[in-house]
Design a protein around this ligand. Structure first.
Ligand code: UT7
Length: 350
């Protein structure tokens, strides 16, 4: 048995900066509202046609692979987390494999939204531990700017999200080595699946909830999972009951962080850095308070990038490391909560 360690990390954000004031062109909102409720000052939006979720993932992956001291041809498995894939299918993993001219290796897409990267890291960790693979590329990437309702109707969601990508290369480390992933913890509760969801396109046919979430023409074979009526009625955009998500998040974040620490016989005071999924600065501050962490024990960059869902944890981890806030031997906790609900943590020694 081995343990796995992060051998290289990279991130990519598009150059196009979109400030809160820039959004005023499209909807009734204000810089003050957005900053006060979320902490966000600006986000990045991908180039409309030249950048996709996959191409941003590729850019982050190139850096992670180079920093690991290997080449794309050395990668023997890909795990790609996103909720905004280039295609409904196939997934981004194979598009990245093609774009990076990798060997005919396995490619797996993870659809766990905000906790996607931590789930993906956990999957990769298991493959490394068993000795099945030696260089796994784990990517989290999103191009939200292509799939949001940028009218006042969608403002509670569209002001929050941004585009970007992060990636790590996982490699085996000797089981006796002090650095590496100590444990991962995955959870879900589908009871509230519809509270933060994009229902359409989908095959649900209004099966799960009383209030219909899609307008179909009829009930006949040949019905589409995307109809003109759905588009006319803005049913092709994500839905979020923000307050319900917020309430659950502030309970589950501390829980899953403590679970990771306790399983390893460690305490919050041992933590060098908590990298929370960048959902909302207020959520991160609440978690910090609840766990009595100092300001320099929590890394936040939602102010610059907004919520980049599956990309937020690897982007924040990469920035924290690049700026020297994480050094060899430091105890780092990654934690995420979001749609599903799913939530997860990973405790690692850098
Ligand atoms: O990573 C995915 C997981 N997602 C999350 O973790 C999100 C968690 N939830 C949140 O971050 C917050 O609930 C939001 C930031 C989404 C919303 O903040 P809130 O304090 O819960 O606001 P609200 O939804 O209760 O809306 C308050 C008011 C409403 O107006 P009325 O009904 O009080 O007149 C909204 O219509 O703010 C209005 N509003 C806005 N006003 C200006 C909603 N969005 C906007 C906006 N600009 N963008």
């Amino acid at each position: 048995m081995f343990k796995s360690k992060i051998a290289g990390i990279g991130m990519y954000v598009p150059s196009n900066v979109v400030t809160n004031n820039d959004l005023l062109k499209y909807m009734d909102t204000s810089d003050e509202w957005i900053q006060e409720r979320t902490g966000i000052k600006e986000r990045r939006f991908a180039h409309r046609t030249d950048e996709t979720t996959t191409t941003m993932g590729v850019e982050a992956a190139k850096i992670a692979i180079e920093r690991a001291g290997i080449t794309p041809q050395d990668i023997d498995f890909i795990v790609f987390a996103t909720l905004s894939p280039d295609y409904y299918f196939p997934g981004c993993g194979v598009l990245l494999q093609r774009a990076m001219k990798m060997k005919e290796i396995g490619a797996l897409d993870v659809r766990n939204q905000c906790s996607g990267f931590v789930y993906a890291l956990s999957v990769a960790d298991q493959f490394i531990k068993t000795g099945m693979y030696k260089n796994i590329l784990v990517v989290g990437a999103e191009k939200h700017s292509f799939g949001l309702d940028f009218t006042t109707r969608g403002r509670n969601i569209s002001v929050i999200f941004g585009d970007g990508a992060g990636a790590v290369v996982l490699q085996p480390a000797d089981i006796s080595s002090s650095s590496g992933i100590l444990s991962t913890h995955l959870h879900s509760d589908g009871e509230a699946a519809e509270i933060l969801a994009m229902y359409n396109p989908g095959t649900h046919a209004n099966h799960w909830v009383k209030e219909k979430v899609a307008d179909f023409n009829s009930n006949e074979i040949g019905d589409m999972f995307m109809s003109h009526e759905m588009i006319d009625n803005a049913q092709n955009f994500p839905f979020m009951d923000g307050q319900s998500v917020f309430k659950k998040a502030v309970v589950k974040f501390p829980e899953v962080i403590m679970e990771a620490l306790q399983q390893n016989g460690l305490q919050t005071s041992d933590l060098k850095m908590l990298i929370p999924h960048q959902a909302n600065l207020r959520i991160a501050q609440f978690v910090q308070q609840k766990l009595k962490l100092n300001d320099d024990q929590v890394y936040n960059n939602i102010q610059k990038y907004g919520n980049t869902t599956a990309a937020s944890v690897p982007i924040a981890l990469c920035e924290a490391w690049e700026s020297g806030k994480i050094k060899e031997g430091d105890l780092v906790c990654l934690a995420a909560f979001g749609s599903g609900f799913t939530w997860a943590s990973a405790l690692l020694r850098w």
